[in-house]
Design a binder for this molecule. Structure first.
Ligand SMILES: Nc1ncnc2c1ncn2[C@@H]1O[C@H](COP(=O)(O)OP(=O)(O)OP(=O)(O)O)[C@@H](O)[C@H]1O
Ligand SMILES: [Mg+2]
Length: 266
């Protein structure tokens, strides 16, 4: 199953959720591949590796630019999961490409080797995000409780509607079936109000029960490069990401997402 992790708002924990979900799935004996489509190369950096100086690394962007490259050769066997890195150098080489289907073709080659492929996306619409939408079976909208996070989804929709490839907006509406809340603070009114707003304004696709609490440990883990599900397996953050992984395995096996509605009501 290919999952695109998305929100136009930056800093809502897309990358943190991608890394922890991938690690959690791996712990549950799933074969997992993470594809970084963000030119910031955040997945790579967040697990303690630096590719930003390495112009020669085979990246998501270089695969998209040169379709003769074998995607399997780009896969890095990381400590916690397999991944394909990205960086700014590679990204600049994708200028001029306008095909939203390239990533889908790349992923076709990789699919037989993995139970789950997670695509981490940047907080804006560009070629990479459009490709991630096209290539995903399902989109997980990640949102925190900051003011702009939910409007990020609305902005995403209005920009998508103007994207030159009209099929992308349609696909997003069909595939945006789940919302994951992050940096949740149970005791604050805002958190429960935002959840209520999303519940009432969405089409009631799958609002995931797992809510990832706010925890300073997650910020520290971002620096040390160890996913929280490994560094603090008993923390509520880790437990919630492990539950999410279990839900995702069920989603893949029983295809519970297939009949469910999109959360997009715009
Ligand atoms: N549950 C959490 N509690 C506290 N801080 C968190 C939590 N999850 C993520 N963070 C922190 O929030 C910041 C942004 O997280 P992250 O990089 O995952 O967001 P993002 O959506 O991928 O950002 P971008 O849009 O720039 O790619 C990081 O400093 C991260 O450590
Ligand atoms: Mg990110």
């Amino acid at each position: 199953m290919v999952t695109g992790i998305i929100n136009f708002k930056g800093g809502v924990a897309k990358t943190t959720s991608t890394i922890n979900l991938a690690t959690a799935l791996q712990k549950l004996k799933q074969k997992v591949l993470v594809i970084d489509t963000d030119a910031q190369g955040n997945v790579t950096n967040s697990i303690g590796l630096q590719y930003e100086d390495d112009e020669k690394a085979i990246t998501t962007a270089s695969l998209m630019q040169n379709t003769k490259l074998d995607p399997l050769k780009a896969v890095i066997k990381g400590k916690y999961f397999d991944f394909i890195p990205n960086n700014v150098f590679a990204y600049s080489r994708t200028n001029g490409i306008s095909d939203s289907q390239i990533l889908s073709k790349i992923i076709e080659r990789l699919k037989p080797y993995y139970h789950h492929i997670l695509i981490d996306t940047p907080p804006y619409l560009g070629l990479d995000t459009a490709n991630a939408i096209s290539a995903s079976d399902v989109m997980m909208i990640v949102t925190d409780f900051s003011k702009g996070s939910l409007t990020g989804i609305k902005v995403l929709m209005s920009v998508l509607d103007k994207w030159h490839d009209k099929a992308v907006a349609k696909k997003f509406r069909e595939k945006a079936k789940t919302v994951l809340f992050t940096k949740y603070q149970k005791r604050t009114n805002i958190s429960s109000q935002v959840v209520a707003i999303v519940e009432s304004s969405s089409n009631m696709g799958l609002l995931l029960d797992e809510k990832i609490p706010y925890s300073i440990k997650v910020v520290e883990d971002g620096y040390s490069g160890i996913p929280t599900v490994i560094s603090s397996p008993r923390s509520v953050v880790a437990i919630e990401y492990m539950k999410l992984a279990q839900t995702w395995i069920t989603a893949r096996d029983s295809k519970i997402l297939k009949g469910s509605k999109s959360v997009i009501n715009l």
